[in-house]
Design a protein around this ligand. Structure first.
Ligand SMILES: [Zn+2]
Length: 360
């Protein structure tokens, strides 16, 4: 999650654990500790792909943070000795551990069990920035600063409200999962790898990406849709022109193999399909180039600018969220599809070809 949210979460958790000892200083310390795990972004792993795939690694591990927390708490207790050691320990460890647990609710993938070779955790029910999660925490903190005698209680209420929102996000995700399963049943999308994640800043409108052999399908589904049918836009997955490389393997693991390859005028661009909406995809990496003979050669990975978000995108996203099902996964209506040949016509769930087994 974003730094403001993590700082707010850290501060409210600290305020709650501090109880009667809650003070502006405690809240400030909690905010600082809450952002500590994300300092791993300062580590340079060598290139943008390595930096991306290694973020939320050891610094977000449930095997590492309790020990780091215990050490920080012990040092602080030795220096101040104003609080019982158990309370300082509980406060610091709780603040540090809640950070990766919240991160794990996003689609990015958090290595909660580093160094174990298990998949990173990505519940994908919360967008990386969601004001509805953050605002209750901020209101609680402002209340705790204004009415200091109620500090811990305000933090507790803020955490309860934001946690209820978190729980509701998981419920919304489950509802969308059920709808997608129903809509893809008996079609060629049934049983294919799929990923569902919220669109920016909300938990009502969801992006669904289904991966096939040569193409992938993308659809939008809002909890406010009147019609359960989902329109799918198909796009080519592309091909990697060289032998597999460590960089590509790392990117495949990181993205759970939801990646697309594109030859952009002799530049091979690999895009992580889990991030962004429509044509705005922020995780694009240049990994190979073509020489004048047409042969490909790997280049040092470079992250590409996703380009400006079209002016029409945010209003379209808002209208789609409200249930306007004439807007497709590219945030286009019919008119926009005709003017931009890059985007194929959307196809409704009912019009999808049947599975191979049904065709026989
Ligand atoms: Zn983090």
């Amino acid at each position: 999650m974003d730094s403001v949210t993590q700082a707010a979460l850290g501060a409210t958790v600290a305020g709650l654990v501090a109880g009667k000892r809650c003070s502006p200083k405690v809240l400030l310390a909690g905010a600082a500790l809450g952002t500590l795990p994300d300092l791993d972004v300062l580590i340079d792993y060598g290139d943008p792909v390595a930096n991306t795939v290694n973020h939320r690694g050891f610094s977000h591990s449930l095997f590492v943070l309790p020990w780091v927390g215990a050490l920080i708490a012990w040092c602080w207790w030795r220096w101040q000795r104003q609080w019982p050691l158990w309370q300082v320990m509980t406060l610091v460890i709780a603040v540090l551990v809640t950070h990766p647990l919240l991160d794990a609710m996003t689609v990015y993938g958090t290595k909660l069990f580093w160094p174990l070779e298990v998949p990173s955790v990505a519940v994908a029910s919360l967008f990386i920035i969601d004001p509805l999660y953050t605002v209750p925490l901020l209101v609680a903190l402002i209340s705790a600063l204004v009415w200091r005698h109620l500090g811990a209680k305000a933090c507790g209420v803020g955490l309860m409200v934001s946690s209820l929102y978190l729980a509701s996000s998981v419920y919304q995700l489950q509802q969308i999962k059920t709808r997608v399963a129903e809509q893809t049943q008996g079609t060629l999308l049934e049983g294919q790898p799929l990923i569902i994640m919220p669109t920016p800043f909300n938990t009502l409108l969801w992006r669904v990406v289904v991966s096939g052999e040569e193409q992938y399908w993308e659809g939008l589904a809002s909890r406010l849709d009147a019609n359960p049918s989902i329109d799918w836009v198909a796009q080519p997955l592309g091909e990697w022109p060289l032998a597999n490389s460590d960089t590509l393997s790392a990117l495949r693991t990181f993205s759970r193999n939801f990646i697309r390859f594109e030859n952009r005028n002799g530049q091979q661009v690999v895009t992580d399909l889990r991030f962004g909406v429509a044509a705005y995809q922020p995780f694009q990496f240049l990994l190979a180039e073509q020489n004048t003979d047409g042969d490909w050669y790997p280049v040092s990975p470079k992250q590409l600018e996703p380009g400006p978000l079209p002016e029409t995108a945010l209003p379209a996203l808002w209208q789609r969220l409200l249930g306007d099902q004439s807007i497709d996964a590219k945030l286009c209506r019919q008119s926009c599809q005709q003017t931009d040949p890059r985007w194929a016509e959307p196809i409704s769930s009912a019009a999808l070809p049947a599975t191979a087994s049904e065709k026989q």
